[in-house]
Design a protein around this ligand. Sequence first.
Ligand SMILES: [Fe+2]
Length: 238
Amino acid sequence: MTDEPVPEFDVNKCLTMQFGTLFVSHLWPDSQEMNQGLAKLILAEEKSDDKGRGIRSNAGGWQSRGNLITRSEPEILALKQRMETVVFDLLGAIVRKDGTERTFTLLFDSWANVCRNGNYNVVHTHPNAMWSMVYYVADGEPDPSIPYGGLLELLDPRESANYIQIPNTVLDGRTFVENRPGRMVLFPSWVKHMVHPFVGSGVRISIACNVNVVEDIRTNHPQDYQAATAKAPVDGKA
Ligand SMILES: [Fe+2]
């Protein structure tokens, strides 16, 4: 030990987080009317197409076909506008400013999820997509005595990060999302996630969406366009 004072040190000036994982959560105001319209059209589609897109990550419940966002009802158009706003604003926040004007095209694939008592989604990812979004239309009437009932949980992608931890810090390895109507979240599609069993009465309705962001290189980087679109032969093997 020494009596010498410790030289100046301010952890806030030297702490950064490396390899962070994007997560956006926003509770849209003024959503009640839109949600009522969305619930009506989703439940009508469930009735007319009870197979939907089949069994995916869902254990029970129903998923619509993956073309929801292509419908033209005003509620769907309003939802799409909100999704586009989130993604374009996010791009504006993360793209490094280098003095060039860059433009992007968004490719959406979107479907509805309907859960009733006992339904849940197993741990899964969304392959072939960049970011995934969830929008909550209706929360049903979850039984408050059931922990995590109907909650979306995101799992820390660094599987070993939880082996040693100090409880209740910003480094918690589990993230829960409360399914409040009007809430929209976005996270990378490779993040493992699940929905805990919904226990209660009523219907829990959410809309999921995959988005791929494609930079318009033809206008942004014309010098790269030829190389980027060059076709390579592909030898198919039986
Ligand atoms: Fe999912």
